[in-house]
Design a protein around this ligand. Structure first.
Ligand code: ADP
Length: 402
């Protein structure tokens, strides 16, 4: 079966076409600047040259039409006809308490995604545009939605509730939902497979550290706590997000600086984190470079980032009464040799012993970076959220046939 995976943002749409026979990617690409004066489409067919073009794409339906025409193009295409696409899988950020797993799109599912617009005002409306765009271009093809929050629905009440009046949970569903669930689930399963151990026997701390960053405590294969909260602002220090802070800072700063709700929200989400402390960049590569050149602000930004990460690892070891495996993934986790080294150097009390040579090796495969004697296995596992979406979509749509 061929599955088209769509990840729709408010002005962008990423896609990958999978052949589920061997889980190969036939083509992938990105439509950027949807609704702006000149949209850019980048299409990368496997084994063929990448094509990039500027065209007018005012909304998501046109974007999907453009993607389908590229996929079937005589020169740059990889399939003979759109009919070869048997299912579409969509990434949806927020599934609230409705979705603990992926779902086949129907009227009820769409209503629920709409009801969650309040909880993910930037993301869920964009996902909905992606779903509608695929439906109008491929009305007879089944659509599946895969949620970033679903894996974390297994968290117990004591982890997902905030210690605030409970009426806020009852009335407005204020609670921890987490994010990056698709990635945490994928890398924790891949880690168990790599170690050839049943996941049910393992206590895993999964560290998804990219532009956004979150940690998850995975016990018996289930998420039991995660660092992102009701929104992706809570938890670790990130590229431009503050992560944890004293909530009383918000009204204090709003008052002193005469900021509006939107302004303070933007400050915490877009102008904080690595960017605010370094004053240079939100990109860990530039921070590391700055630090190595002796820039004091970059060094401080790196140290704060690493310190907070280590604090969360310690707290999740406490939550699970131990840890067997620590997994690093996403842009920073997969690539930053120096960050992994700094974190692991200070986890010897848990029994972590880093193998510095293994830590230096770069490969796109899951690998161990701890020594043979290390009590805790430390792994690097490249994440692949699109593959999870394609697999779930394939499974659900195959189920319809049987
Ligand atoms: P997103 O959260 O947007 O999916 P990624 O997981 O792709 O992001 O992570 C992007 C981040 O990964 C970049 O901002 C950059 O800081 C970091 N990164 C990528 N390569 C390296 C590297 N070699 N060393 C350190 N950080 C890196």
């Amino acid at each position: 079966m061929k599955v088209l995976v769509i990840n729709a943002g408010s002005s962008s749409l990423k896609y990958q076409l999978y052949d589920m026979k061997d889980e190969s990617v036939l083509a992938k690409g990105l439509v950027e600047r949807i609704g702006m004066d000149s949209s850019i489409v980048t299409h990368k067919p496997a084994g063929l040259a990448e094509v990039s073009e500027v065209s007018e794409i005012l909304e998501h339906t046109t974007a999907v039409r453009k993607v389908l025409s590229l996929l079937t193009d005589k020169e740059h295409g990889v399939i003979g006809s759109v009919d070869e696409i048997e299912a579409v899988g969509h990434r949806v950020v927020h599934g609230g308490e409705y979705f603990g797993e992926s779902a086949l799109v129907d009227g009820d599912v769409k209503t629920k995604i709409r009801q969650l617009f309040d909880l993910a005002p930037l993301h869920n409306p964009a996902s909905m545009m992606g779903i509608k765009a695929a439906e109008s271009n491929m009305p007879h093809v089944p659509q599946v939605v895969v949620f970033d929050t679903a894996f974390h629905q297994s968290m117990p009440e004591n982890a997902y509730l905030y210690a605030i009046p409970r009426v806020l949970y009852k009335k407005h569903k204020v609670r921890r939902y987490g994010a990056h669930g698709t990635s945490h689930e994928f890398v924790s399963k891949a880690a168990a497979e790599f170690l050839d151990r049943p996941i049910e026997e393992l206590k895993i701390i999964s560290c998804h550290i990219g532009n956004g960053a979150s940690l998850t405590a995975v016990q018996e294969g289930r998420s039991i706590d995660t660092s992102m909260g009701m929104t992706p602002l809570e938890g670790l220090m990130m590229g431009t997000r503050s992560g944890d802070l004293d909530p009383a800072i918000v009204p204090y700063v709003m008052n002193k600086e005469e900021l509006t709700v939107n302004e303070v929200n933007s400050m915490l989400n877009k102008h904080s984190g690595l960017l605010a402390i370094s004053g240079i960049s939100s990109d860990m590569r530039e921070i590391t470079e700055g630090m190595q050149k002796g820039d004091a602000n970059s060094k401080l930004a790196f140290e704060m980032y690493e310190y907070r990460l280590r604090k969360y690892i310690g707290s999740y070891a406490a939550v699970m009464n131990g840890v067997d495996v620590i997994v690093f993934t996403a842009g920073v986790g997969e690539n930053s040799v120096v960050l992994r080294k700094k974190v692991c150097e200070n986890l010897t009390y848990l029994g972590v012993e880093l193998d510095e040579e293994l830590n230096e090796i770069r490969s796109g495969e899951p690998r161990r970076i701890s020594t043979a004697n290390s009590k805790v296995q430390v792994l690097v596992v490249p994440t692949n959220e699109e593959l999870v979406i394609a697999r779930d979509t394939n499974r659900i749509v195959q189920g319809l046939k049987s």
